[in-house]
Design a protein around this ligand. Structure first.
Ligand code: PLP
Length: 283
């Protein structure tokens, strides 16, 4: 049985509850984080907690504890659950109050933390690459905030699943690739690694940042600029996220990307990223 942290208490998952008038439930008035942990060592814990603080700040929620205390609670939640490679989920909502759009002042935010087995791409997916579809972006205009309001992303994933794909890539009205429903997207174009620049249309992924650093260290040119799937010289696409690390995407809208199999840049970058994770496991 797993244990969850809810507003100051560690409780069995079955009895972990929040109020039915929690604004997270009523308005999706909250933000969240997902942090990976390998054998007790968290991958980029501080950047995740800092992004949570930024997301809270962007919607006017004050975190109910310091970042140091939050890190302790995250570590304690991991310790109380038996997963070697874990995914720790943190959610902060504005709190519980009688339902009205405008929240009362001085609400006590809700803080919940859970830990689960870290989901990983299957061997088949790693060998063949993932499949994606494209959709014109119909999300809100603050994608830089890691909001729990994920209905558009849920609908995108449903459509991808209906079309036997793993992910939907959001395109702007001109056809530039922004990001996926729960991933950042990169392309190999004329030997460079290209991804959309950080703005209100994409989440600043922690794995995105890690991949950029790894590519840079490996001597691969990185370009943060708008790009399209039909751009000349595009040979590969790949996605990044905490749960996927970096994963090649080889079929797009039922057509092969490049050779239609994982390409050399994605394979190299995945190898380098897994090395960093193995080093954490062994630390
Ligand atoms: N973009 C979106 C919309 C996401 O929801 C996520 C993760 O949930 C990402 C990108 C990847 O972010 P990270 O690498 O921090 O997991």
């Amino acid at each position: 049985m797993t244990t969850a942290y809810v507003n100051g208490h560690f409780v069995p998952m079955e009895s972990a509850m929040v109020h039915i008038e929690d604004r997270g439930l009523q308005f999706a008035d909250g933000v969240y984080e997902v942090v990976a942990c390998f054998n007790g060592h968290f991958l980029d814990m501080q950047p995740h907690l800092q992004r949570l603080e930024q997301s809270c700040g962007a919607i006017g929620i004050t975190l109910p504890c310091t970042l140091d205390r939050l890190a302790e609670l995250v570590e304690e939640t991991w310790r109380r659950n038996p997963f070697t490679d874990a995914m720790v989920y943190i959610q902060v909502t504005r709190g519980a109050a009688p339902r009205a759009h405008l929240a009362p002042d001085n609400l006590m935010p809700t803080l919940i933390i859970t830990s689960a087995d870290l989901p990983k791409p299957s061997e088949a997916k790693l060998a063949m690459g993932a499949k994606a579809i494209t959709l014109v972006d119909f999300r809100w205009k603050h994608c830089e905030i890691k909001s729990t309001a994920l209905l558009a992303s849920v609908m995108g994933k449903q459509e991808a699943n209906r079309r036997h794909a793993d992910e939907a890539f959001w395109l702007d009205s001109e056809g530039h690739v922004l990001e996926g429903c729960s991933t950042n997207i990169f392309a190999a174009i004329n030997g460079a690694l290209v991804t959309h620049p950080l703005d209100h249309q994409v989440l600043g992924g922690i794995t995105r940042k890690m991949l950029i650093r790894i590519a840079h260290d490996a001597g691969i040119e990185v370009q943060e600029r708008p790009w399209k799937l039909d751009e000349a010289g595009l040979t590969e696409t790949m996605l990044t996220s905490t749960t996927n690390a970096v994963l090649p995407v080889c079929i797009m809208d039922d057509q092969p990307v490049g050779e239609g199999v994982p390409g050399p840049m994605a394979r190299k970058l995945r190898e380098l990223m897994l090395e960093a994770m193995d080093a954490l496991r062994a630390a």
